[in-house]
Design a protein around this ligand. Structure first.
Ligand code: 2AM
Length: 471
């Protein structure tokens, strides 16, 4: 592998970090950036790294690469990828491989992979998670599409390693790599929200930021151990100039760049009830209505009861909700895999998130085991280990939600997770009534519990009720 060449286009921070990571692993990295000055200053800024080869023209960039060429794009998702492809593709040959390592929307990767395949060019839509540090020293890498055989070695070399396994594996065809990265981000939204709710409860029950940090440190020593728990404790310990906790001075209006929304839109389009991820996205939207909330805070009354909840109970609520959030992420992967015949394997996806990425967590070892023990597991909640963990947690989980409701503290993710758990384990839900209502006003028909599925019935419920289907 030493002295093999890889091309890389796009020298923003992720592209720079990935170039250095590739060079550290013995690859000569031929680089190109639309703005040539950036290429020059990057090379000048890394004099110790002799394996970086800067090019100022796309022809020279393409010419420096051996065939089949391997080219990693690290440019902005959307129009920039289109612009670079328009420039690049006419200069390539059949057999060449383009890796899109940016945050592209998965359906774009699906389309590009198909279009480029008609030219014999292999397109590998690749989710890369871990931010700047991850890209530099070992990210989680989720490649999907064509060209894995050419990219296996370099991508595996630069990926994070956990227990000797690289956090990099071929996900599946088409846009599946970017799809799985999108789900990773959806889970990340939910994971951050369940931690934020624990923080809210701990602070509302009278603990200082420092005490709350200590609680997160304790939580982080057990099955909740994760990168996000770790940085949460660190954040709570940082003081502002006046010695007060900095976190308390941050405006409580969360921003979002869209991958959480993409996940929820995808879930809605597939009819998948990924409620915790949805609540996490919507909780950010609610937080962003800061002015309206401040106004409403002076107008709308809530209970005056104090919050009574034990630290151990919050830990269990957090744990159970986090399991549901992962279960929902994998439900979506399963649904899309079925819809698009991708044959995705959760047993190969879960281990990729054990290192390098934002959602890396001890729990992913158990999730990996669950899917390795039963590759056909239809829902993570049905895994015997997780079923037991939730069973043991549920009394505390319910108490936390009840106590929060009595004290008027919102816990949307915990509540959504528990409602999902209860709904999922309920053999008969009140949807029979909804079907009756639909049949009443729109003659939409219903199926019966005492007849075969697929047989549809309509009733004239009352004089004036619908007699013929409205659509
Ligand atoms: P730049 O340095 O010339 O702006 C992240 O923005 C990366 O995507 C940068 O390397 C940026 O190049 C590149 N990029 C953004 N828009 C682009 C476009 N239309 N064509 C090529 N590269 C683009």
């Amino acid at each position: 592998m030493a002295d093999e060449r890889i091309g890389l286009i796009g020298l923003a921070v992720m592209g720079q970090s990935l170039s250095l990571n590739l060079a550290d692993h013995g690859y000569e990295v031929v680089i190109f950036n639309r703005t040539a000055e950036t290429t020059r200053s990057f090379i000048d800024g890394n004099p110790e790294q002799s394996r970086l080869i800067g090019t100022a023209e796309i022809e020279r960039f393409v010419g420096e690469l051996d065939r089949p060429r391997r080219i990693v794009l690290m440019v902005k998702a959307g129009e920039a990828v289109e612009a670079v492809l328009a420039h690049l593709v006419p200069r390539l040959d059949a057999g060449d491989v383009i890796v899109d390592g940016g945050n592209s929307f998965w359906a774009d990767s699906e389309r590009r992979s198909e279009q480029l395949a008609t030219l014999g060019i292999r397109f590998l839509g690749t989710g890369i998670s871990g931010g700047e540090q991850g890209a530099r020293f070992g990210p989680s890498i989720m490649p999907g599409g064509n060209g894995w055989e050419e990219m296996r070695e370099p991508l595996t070399a630069i990926a994070a390693k956990v227990d000797g396994e690289a956090c990099c594996d071929w996900i599946g065809p088409g846009g599946s790599g970017h799809y799985v990265k999108m789900i990773h981000n959806g889970i990340e939204y939910a994971d951050m929200q369940v931690i934020a709710e624990a923080y809210h409860l701990l602070r509302a029950s009278g603990r200082s930021a420092a005490e709350t940090a200590a609680v997160f440190r304790r939580f982080g020593e057990g099955s909740l151990s994760s990168y996000l728990m770790d940085i949460t404790a660190q954040i709570l310990e940082v003081a502002d100039d006046d010695g007060e906790p900095l976190v308390e001075k941050i405006l409580d209006a969360a921003a979002q760049k869209g991958t959480g929304r993409w996940t929820v839109e995808d879930a809605l389009s597939r009819g998948q009830p990924t409620t915790v991820i949805a609540e996490a996205v919507l909780a950010r939207s609610l937080s962003a209505l800061k002015d309206e909330r401040v106004h409403a805070a002076s107008r709308l009354r809530g209970p005056s009861a104090p919050l009574v909840v034990e630290e151990r109970e919050i830990e269990q609520a957090l744990l159970a909700s986090k399991i549901v959030c992962y279960a929902q992420g994998f439900m979506l992967i399963r649904a899309c895999s079925g819809d698009l015949s991708w044959a995705l394997q959760p047993a190969r996806i879960a281990p990729l998130w054990r290192g390098g990425c934002i959602i890396r967590a001890r729990m992913l070892n158990d999730i990996t085991s669950a899917y390795r023990n039963d590759p056909e597991l239809s829902n993570l909640l049905l895994d015997p280990h997780f079923a037991d963990v939730i069973d043991n947690a549920q009394a505390a989980w319910r108490n936390v939600i009840a106590a929060a409701a009595k004290a008027g503290i919102p816990v949307p993710a915990y509540s959504a997770a528990l409602s999902f758990y209860d709904g999922f384990r309920t053999a008969r839900l009140p949807a029979n009534l909804i079907q009756a209502q639909r049949d009443f006003f729109g003659a939409h028909t219903y199926e019966r519990v005492d007849r075969d599925r697929g047989e549809h019935f309509h009733t004239q419920w009352a004089p004036g009720a619908a007699t013929t289907p409205s659509s």
